[in-house]
Structure formats: C-alpha cells, structure tokens
Design a protein around this ligand. Structure first.
Ligand SMILES: [Zn+2]
Length: 283
C-alpha cells in the first residue's frame, strides 16, 4: 500500500518526496503462469516500491492435478484461486483480480468450445473488464504475452489480444509482451541436460528446434531477477496442485534454478532493439 502513497506524493509541491513509483499490471491466463513467466519481475518491482497488480483471466479449472493436494469435494478452479492468493502474497502483489472466464483447455479439445471459455470471449467485452482495472489503477505498465501466447495455448493468445485492446481503451502508456529467449534456451540446453529434456529433448541445435518464445533479436527487454529467484520459486511452490516437489522447477538446486530461471524477457509492443537489451520496464 506504500506504493500508492508514494505515487500520490510524487510531484507534490513541484518536487518528488519519494522515489518515483509506478504501477505494474501483469495479465495472465491461468494461476501459476504469473510465477513462471513474470514472478521475478513482479517481486523485483514490488521490492523497489512499485505497485504490482495481478490480473488472471481464468482460475485454471482444467489444469492437471498433482495427486493428493486438492481435498475431496473441492472444484479445482476454486482451489487454485487460493493458491494464487498465496503466490501473489509471496511476490509482493498489492491487488489480485480474476476476470471470471473459464480455462479453455488445450487447443483442439472440446473444452475450447465451452461458452464461458476464455478463448471464446468477445475481445471487446473482455478488454473492457481489463481496461477498468487499468484505469482504476492508473497503470503505467501492462504485461501480456507475445502474439503466439509464448507456446500457443489458446488462452495465452487471447491474453495477447485482450491486453492489446485493453491498453488502447485505458491509454496505458507501456505495453509489454512476456516471452522467452529461444537462443538462451538453446545455449542452456547445451550445458544442462535436464533443461534440454524439458524444452524439447535431444537434438536442440538452434532456435528453429524450439517452438516457444521468440528469437533473441525480436526481444527488447531482459530483466535480471536472479536476486528474486527465491520468491519466484516460492510462488511456484504455492501452486502445489500443479507444480509438485519433484517437478523440474522445484527439483533443481538453488544455483541451477537461478541459472535457468533468473532472467525474464519482454518485448515492448511495437519496439525494436538496437544494441543491448533494455533492463527496466518502467523507463
Ligand atoms: Zn497458462
């Protein structure tokens, strides 16, 4: 809540009393996406005093359950809502909003045709819901996903489309697409067998072998979140119904985790990079 106070005070009497404070809104498709894709960026922004708002399109009703976590009788979406509150707290979020859509499930499955499925929504209607949050927060920065939804999930592609329209409606100054640096994963896969297995098995030689994220040339921002790797991992752990202790994310030792997941990548919508990565979403 300090972040809001800081924001109000900025410029009072013609000078800044506190460090300039911005508001970051991260828009995600399903619970746990926030921890995996932007958890470090959110934790770092919060630690720097910025206001951080997490918006989820769905409750991830169709996730595959880790056995023995969700108590008998609980709907998975309701349970995952609670996991998201815990993740948001770990990441230093100041507000959590669910837009109320339903997990569409994987492309090509019948669940994508459910009338409440996020990928079936009217983009304009969904964008108005998100724009209402952006306006109420006077958001400076919105993050969504790249045009392929990072790896092609229909709800992630919908996040890209809805986010783009919402940023227009709310006149949010800076729109970023969260993505992954394919070249980074090619380089890491060469020295990290477990990671190679995870991102595509044997035979990864160049970026054309990786279908998620974007080539490095197309990425404008790289955020170093190694100092926030512990918070990022704790947020992943909060999603216990999806990410088990034996999972790739949680089984790595701290050093290996920071090496593999200590960077987060973004594209400034409409931006190009000439030279090194930019390192700050706010300036
Ligand atoms: Zn997702």
């Amino acid at each position: 809540m300090c972040a809001q106070i800081g924001k109000r005070r900025e410029g009072v009497g013609g000078f800044n009393i506190l460090m300039p404070v911005s508001t970051l809104v991260c828009f995600h498709a399903h619970p746990d996406d926030e921890a995996i894709a932007t958890g470090g960026t959110m934790a770092a922004a919060s630690a720097r005093g910025h206001r951080v708002v997490l918006v989820l399109a769905t409750r991830g009703e169709l996730g595959e359950k880790i056995p023995g976590v969700v108590p008998e009788g609980w709907e998975l979406g309701r349970w995952r809502e609670g996991e998201t509150w815990a993740s948001a707290e770990v990441l230093g979020c100041h507000r959590l909003v669910f837009l109320g859509y339903r997990d569409s499930g994987m492309a090509g499955t019948p669940t994508t045709r459910h009338p409440e499925a996020f990928c079936q929504m009217d983009v304009e209607v969904a964008a108005r819901r998100l724009a209402a949050v952006l306006r109420s927060e006077n958001a400076d920065v919105l993050t969504t996903y790249d045009p392929h939804g990072v790896y092609g999930h229909p709800d992630h592609i919908a996040v890209h489309e809805v986010g783009k329209r919402a940023a227009e409606l709310a006149r949010t100054p800076r729109l970023f697409w969260a993505t992954a640096d394919r070249d980074f994963f090619v380089e890491r896969a060469a020295v990290d067998e477990a990671l190679a297995e995870r991102v595509g098995g044997e035979g990864i030689e160049d970026v054309t072998d990786i279908s998620f994220g974007l080539p490095r040339d197309e990425i404008t921002h790289r955020i170093d979140v190694r100092d926030f790797a512990a918070a990022k991992r704790a947020a992943m752990r909060a999603h216990a119904s999806q990410i088990g202790p034996d999972s790739f994310f949680l089984a790595l030792d701290d050093e290996a985790f920071a090496q593999a997941f200590g960077w987060e990548w973004f594209v400034l919508a409409g931006g190009r990079r000439n030279g090194p990565f930019a390192t700050d979403l706010f300036s």
